[in-house]
Design a protein around this ligand. Structure first.
Ligand code: HEC
Length: 173
């Protein structure tokens, strides 16, 4: 009887052991995946070079809103969309105080943000925000725009001036 219960015991224990070892590979791979994700996430953070990180930190310390009270009504509407969509992942002060100012810079940046996972931004919204940011920069960041245009090639300068003129004509009536 003793032997039998011993066998039964070993039997159960070896079954329990099997169950546990069967679960181990799963736990192991969960840990691996989590570890890899951790490395990947750290990787993305590390990819922000020191210069970019410093630029972003400086921007985020600046004003968190734009006074749009003197802008035309449609531009004020677009500001609401911008404020809602562009504060989902980081502070709105990041784009508000960034050193992007030319239409092409905003086009590139808004597209870049649109393609981030879960950006919750469609093409029409992205275009509206691009127009808002380019219009706003041409007024609020005029000195920066002029400084950038002075350094641009004649073609780039002409293209930027054309886009700004189009936006101003569209909204300033
Ligand atoms: C899905 C998340 C997400 C959304 C939505 C988002 N951003 Fe970003 N943004 C990021 C991340 C992540 C970074 C930092 C890394 C990078 O530049 O890709 C960033 C960085 C920035 C920067 C700083 C870049 C630099 O190099 O100085 C600006 C400006 C910016 N975003 C503007 C915007 C604007 C404008 C919108 C709305 C159209 C927006 N973001 C919406 C995730 C997002």
């Amino acid at each position: 009887m003793k032997d039998a219960s011993f066998l039964k015991f070993t039997g159960r224990s070896s079954k329990a052991w099997k169950n546990r070892s069967a679960r181990f590979p799963i736990l192991g791979s969960v840990a691996l995946v989590a570890g890899a994700a951790g490395i990947l996430m750290a990787g993305t953070a590390d990819q922000l070079d020191a210069e970019t990180a410093a630029r972003i930190e400086k921007a985020e310390k600046g004003p968190a809103v734009i006074d749009v009270s003197k802008y035309p009504a449609p531009v004020q509407e677009s500001y609401k969309l911008f404020a809602q969509k562009c504060s989902q992942c980081h502070k709105l002060s990041r784009p508000i105080n960034s050193d992007y100012a030319l239409p092409d810079e905003w086009s590139r940046y808004v597209k870049r943000m649109m393609h981030k996972p879960d950006s919750n931004l469609d093409k029409d919204e992205a275009k509206q925000i691009y127009e808002f940011l380019s219009y706003d920069s041409s007024i609020r960041k005029k000195a920066l725009v002029d400084e950038k245009l002075a350094k641009a090639s004649p073609e780039e300068k002409a293209a930027a001036e054309k886009k700004i003129a189009e936006l101003r004509a569209k909204f300033d009536k």
